[in-house]
Design a protein. Structure first.
Length: 341
């Protein structure tokens, strides 16, 4: 039976999906697992009952596209702390006591985004990540396996949260890997606050492990993995005794997936909607100005790129640190569009 809701969401993004369709087909060739692109991209919107974004507020409601003095910028108030930080942001912009609708048009887009990021608020100038950076940057830090490895029975430790990393883990689990979802007892996955059925869909069939990260137990869990998926700042994991380079060097054929907003060398944070705006992966209104496209599109796009990269790395023997940039994955789609999205 056709899913009318998913079809409606897909219709708006199809001109951008050429690279993603090819990537999904290649993942199937490596693993034998077909990729349901409509579900991967829009299952959350379907379950949550989101309306198609028709303007400058994201489908989930937390991110806004704002006109600035020289273009457009996205500000994503995705967490309660972000709203608490809003007065400080307005003070940094020289407009204390006002609001974003007043401050943004007086401020260049990059300045608005930079000051928001200083306060830990996810923000981006529209199109700032159109740099040609590769979606996946692979670094060899360990010996490859002498033979190609499939995913069957490999142990994957998923330290990531929200959507991109867990979607990567879901696809690898469907290909036969044993996935262990690991959460901090003090900081559980924020996706648990979202739609429960979507969370279950992402983690269906995975083991769940909750740890006190301060106890040192995380390093022991990671040491038993073949593949690690994470979306943390490198220094945060190193403080916990977890080092990607050491993990890869310790045994042939391992793979480490590091998902960040803009690359491991860039400390800016990102969520799906603002990363897509940074990449220029947006639609256009009747005046040619940007509007949101899809639902936090950079998240599922990145999860698909990451899963494909793991399958490719294992087929080549592994031993690699795969640096996956949400903005760069989205920019690859934006650059390939066959018509205005």
């Amino acid at each position: 039976m056709e899913n009318v809701v998913l079809d409606r969401w897909m219709a708006g993004v199809e001109p951008c999906l050429g690279p993603l369709v090819a990537l999904a087909d290649d993942f199937t060739r490596f693993t034998g697992v077909p990729v349901d692109l409509p579900a991967a991209l829009f299952r959350r919107a379907e379950l949550a009952g989101f309306d198609l974004p028709s303007g400058r507020t994201s489908a989930g409601g937390s991110c806004r596209l704002l006109p600035t003095a020289d273009g457009w910028a996205a500000i994503n108030l995705a967490r309660p702390d972000d709203r608490v930080s809003l007065p400080a942001l307005l003070a940094l912009l020289g407009t204390p006591g006002t609001d974003l609708d007043t401050a943004a048009p007086r401020t260049p887009a990059t300045e608005l985004a930079r000051n928001a990021q200083l306060l830990g608020i996810a923000a981006a100038a529209h199109g700032e990540a159109r740099s040609g950076r590769a979606p996946i940057h692979a670094e060899r830090h360990g010996p490859p396996s002498p033979a190609a490895r499939g995913l069957a029975d490999l142990r994957i430790v998923d330290l990531s949260a929200l959507w991109a990393g867990p979607l990567c883990a879901r696809l690898l689990g469907l290909a036969g890997a044993h996935v262990v979802k690991v959460e901090s007892a003090g900081r559980p996955d924020g996706a648990r606050r979202g739609h429960p059925e979507f969370y279950r869909w992402l983690h269906d069939g995975h083991d769940s492990l909750v740890l006190d990260f301060a106890s040192g137990a995380l390093a022991d869990v990671v040491a038993r993995a073949d593949v690690v998926i994470e979306a943390s700042r490198p220094r945060a994991l190193r403080r916990l005794g977890v080092h990607a380079e050491e993990f890869l060097a310790a045994r042939p054929g391992r793979v480490w997936v590091s998902i960040t907003g803009y690359g491991r060398d860039d400390g800016r944070i990102a969520f799906g909607d603002d990363a897509a705006v940074a990449a220029g992966l947006t639609g256009r209104d009747a005046y040619g100005d940007p509007v949101f496209l899809g639902d936090a599109l950079a998240d599922p796009v990145t999860g698909l790129y990451a899963a494909h990269a793991v399958a490719c790395s294992l087929a080549a023997g592994g031993g690699e640190l795969l640096c996956v940039s949400m903005a760069a994955c989205s920019a690859a789609l934006a650059a390939s569009r066959t018509a205005p999205c």
